[in-house]
Design a protein around this ligand. Structure first.
Ligand code: DAH
Length: 334
């Protein structure tokens, strides 16, 4: 009878495991546990056993009933969970759309700037972030005592090798490797030993250079005016303010009408109504000599701008550090 009990139990568990619907489960329940069920009948026959075996058999039979009971409950749950749990993925369920990635605002601003210049016929080039003193300073007409060369401002790899402090070395590399006429923009990273609310040790610049037989200051003004209007809007005023850079002569900084107060004067523009957005100028003859060009034959202009600054003005971002904290709540807005 013990063997019969074991056999019945195994049969019950196997059938429950295969049951595919609730109806089958209830049929199985009555077949095994009902008043006339197979386990119930076995339990009733306990009295036919020798007296010393009755307690053990009764106990085993009751345990078997409990096991079948538990298996039925489990099967019921499995069926309630639906076909997914039972038969692999339910291909009819709506999918979970993956969140779409996006470009960093600095990358977006960079591309916007490059797009304008490529439409104007400029080629995009990239040059090394680690430069020698020659490319970063000397060839650009920066005198040996220029403050940019100070250990305070520049990351030195050794006496002669630095992390470029600006993208202007691209001018030298491009002119050394090519003959005029040429029109290039160079996007990339620049590095300075500077870190506060408005400075980060790494930032991005776009350098520009146009060289040819008769490039005049009027060309500089025309190209940069087009640039400002395409990036910030046709109605944004701009002005060319005299300035100084060692590698250009004459030099000018370009200001645009404050995009925050529209020229009325506010905290962002320091009450002036103007915001500086780039440095520029006519390439200094010494720079041409340094790359083997004849300053009597060619002229040209150059410019350089900070990309984070452009992005801040485009989208009204007032804290530079937001670009580098990688806070998705910030980045998802662009
Ligand atoms: N290299 C300058 C800087 O990092 C920016 C600059 C000014 C670049 C005038 C130029 C230029 O090409 O003509 O601040």
């Amino acid at each position: 009878m013990f063997a019969k009990l074991q056999e019945t139990l195994e049969d019950a568990l196997a059938q429950v495991a295969e049951a595919a619907d609730a109806e089958t489960l209830s049929r199985l329940r009555s077949r095994f546990l009902g008043r006339k069920g197979r386990l119930t009948s076995l339990l009733r026959q306990t009295g036919q056993l020798p007296a010393d075996q009755r307690p053990a058999f009764g106990q085993a039979a009751n345990q078997a009933k409990q096991q079948v009971e538990a298996a039925l409950a489990q099967a019921k749950e499995r069926l309630a969970a639906g076909p997914a749990a039972d038969q692999g993925p339910d291909v009819t369920l709506p999918g979970i759309r993956p969140r779409r990635g996006r470009l960093h605002p600095v990358t977006q601003a960079m591309r916007l700037v490059l797009d304008v210049f490529t439409r104007l016929g400029f080629d995009v080039v990239q040059t090394p972030e680690v430069e020698t003193d020659w490319y970063c300073f000397e060839a650009l007409n920066l005198p040996p005592d220029h403050p940019a060369r100070d250990m305070q401002d520049t990351f030195y790899i050794n006496d002669n090798v630095v992390l470029r402090t600006h993208t202007s070395p691209a001018q030298i590399r491009v002119m050394e490797a090519n003959q005029p006429p040429l029109r290039i923009v160079c996007p990339g990273k620049a590095f300075r030993r500077d870190s506060d609310v408005t400075h980060t040790p790494m930032f991005h610049q776009v350098e520009g250079l146009m060289v040819g037989a008769d490039i005049a200051f009027a060309d500089l003004k025309g190209i940069l005016t087009t640039f400002v209007h395409q990036v910030f809007g046709d109605d944004v005023p701009l002005r060319f303010r005299p300035s100084f850079f060692p590698f250009t002569e004459p030099s000018a900084e370009v200001d645009i009408g404050c995009v925050v107060c529209r020229g009325q004067g506010c905290r962002v523009c320091g009450q002036t109504g103007w915001l500086e957005i780039l440095g520029s100028g006519m390439v200094d003859p010494n720079v041409f000599i340094n790359v083997g060009y004849d300053p009597d034959e060619v002229t040209g202009f150059a410019f350089g701008m900070g990309v984070e600054r452009i992005a801040m003005l485009l989208w009204g971002i007032d804290d530079l550090r937001l670009f580098f904290q990688n806070d998705l709540r910030f980045l998802r807005q662009f």
